[in-house]
Design a binder for this molecule. Structure first.
Ligand SMILES: [Zn+2]
Ligand SMILES: [Zn+2]
Length: 163
């Protein structure tokens, strides 16, 4: 049985001591994505390369000087962990990011407004290519927005002028 974090009115339930472990498990599950797709529908979750104890997201990249590589991003929202499989990453460089299967570039959701001139790239959570059902991250290495967040949050923050 899973613990319901919110009651039916959407209020946070205060769990008793025994339920805390379950709550933590549920929260962790809620913020780790288990499928992400390129615009052409390839699932980029890589079971063979774990990161932070779970499968990561495999992406191809190209540095500004043209050097290619591949990396694994953490599939947990807000986690900055990355593993470089091939090539090299340099702090502050803006990367071209693409699907390692079909080489499609990841679509741009918005500008990041960071120093590196970053753009926020999207990965879809279903094959429907819906930007409201997507995750997003900045394409500049080391940008504070370079961990994945929900694309809907970027859209909302941008509307409020907070992005
Ligand atoms: Zn693809
Ligand atoms: Zn950025």
């Amino acid at each position: 049985m899973t613990y319901e974090i919110f009651d039916k009115d959407g209020k946070l339930r205060i769990p008793d001591a025994e339920s805390w472990a379950k709550v933590k498990e549920e929260v962790k599950k809620a913020v780790t994505v288990t499928e992400v797709y390129c615009p052409r529908g390839h699932n980029l979750i890589e079971e063979d390369h774990t990161i932070g104890g779970g499968p990561g997201i495999r992406l191809g990249f190209r540095r500004p000087n043209g050097e290619p590589g591949e990396l694994i991003l953490s599939a947990t929202l807000g986690c900055q962990d990355k593993t470089v499989i091939s090539g090299k990453l340099f702090e502050g460089e803006k990367l071209e990011l693409f699907c390692p299967v079909c080489m499609s570039n990841l679509p741009i959701l918005s500008e990041c407004h960071c120093e590196g001139g970053g753009e926020v790239r999207m990965l879809y959570l279903s094959r429907e290519n819906n930007p409201y059902h997507a995750i997003a991250f900045c394409d500049v290495v080391g940008c504070r927005n370079s961990s994945i967040i929900r694309a809907g949050d970027v859209v909302r923050a941008a509307r409020l002028g907070e992005w």
